[in-house]
Write a protein that binds this ligand. Structure first.
Ligand code: G6P
Ligand code: MG
Length: 219
């Protein structure tokens, strides 16, 4: 039986991909590196340090670890500044409705995000209240596609993975859910999250009714 839901944040509850894009683009332009939306797409779900390494690999750049950290921090400052403008209006359509519904029906609800800024994003959205546990980029050492963040969140909900459903928009996030033994709902195109147990094009379609209808034997 499904008793808990574990949500990714960026691309599931709110769409921060554009803000990440602008911040990485800003840093890349300053460094003379190439960065485009295609490359930004490949960073979905992966940590800040893995992201900068991927951008540097793409540009065939090698730098000292301290410098890489400094540049990642510079990008983060730009990103965090842009979060200041985020409000309760910035949920992806359907996300708040699903969270409210889950709360009303008594499911355990956790966040399993790779972002170290997750708490700030949830505060901007006034969404802290929907979660029993918030797992973010500071919670575990190994980030997605490792299943660690979801396993930790399930443990906090006191549920085994087989009783939890992970909601993810990233290919590597769905990989993490599957490796951890969770049921998965993918949000986005088939090419990205077609390997999830159930897929919707957008959060607006991911209602509790639709999810229950698909996983009939599990509710
Ligand atoms: C999410 C996003 C990624 C981002 C990561 C780390 O998983 O999808 O694009 O790189 O979080 O975010 P942070 O806020 O810690 O830089
Ligand atoms: Mg995501």
């Amino acid at each position: 039986m499904i008793k808990g839901f574990i949500f990714d944040l960026d691309g599931v509850i709110t769409d921060t991909a554009e803000l990440h894009y602008e911040a990485w683009k800003n840093l890349s332009d300053a460094m003379g590196w190439h960065f485009d939306r295609g490359l930004n797409e490949s960073l979905r779900g992966i940590s800040r340090m893995d992201s900068i390494k991927a951008i540097m690999d793409h540009n065939k750049i090698e730098l000292e670890p301290g410098m890489v950290e400094e540049l990642a921090e510079r990008k983060n400052k730009i990103y965090v500044d842009s979060l200041g403008g985020m409000t309760e209006q910035d949920y992806l359509p359907g996300a708040r409705e699903l969270l409210t519904h889950l709360r009303n029906e008594g499911f355990g609800v956790a966040l399993g995000s790779s972002s170290k800024n997750a708490v700030m994003v949830l505060q901007q959205l006034n969404a802290i209240r929907y979660f029993d546990f918030i797992g973010d980029g500071n919670t575990v050492a190994k980030s997605k596609p490792a299943p660690d963040i979801f396993l930790y969140a399930a443990q906090q909900l006191k549920l085994p993975p087989a009783q939890c459903l992970v909601v993810e928009d990233a290919e590597k996030g769905v990989d993490a859910a599957k490796t951890g033994g969770f049921y998965s709902v993918g949000i986005g195109p088939k090419e990205r999250v077609g390997h999830a147990d159930l897929r919707f094009d957008s959060m607006g379609e991911a209602t509790l009714f639709e999810i229950k209808s698909h996983f009939k034997d599990l509710f």
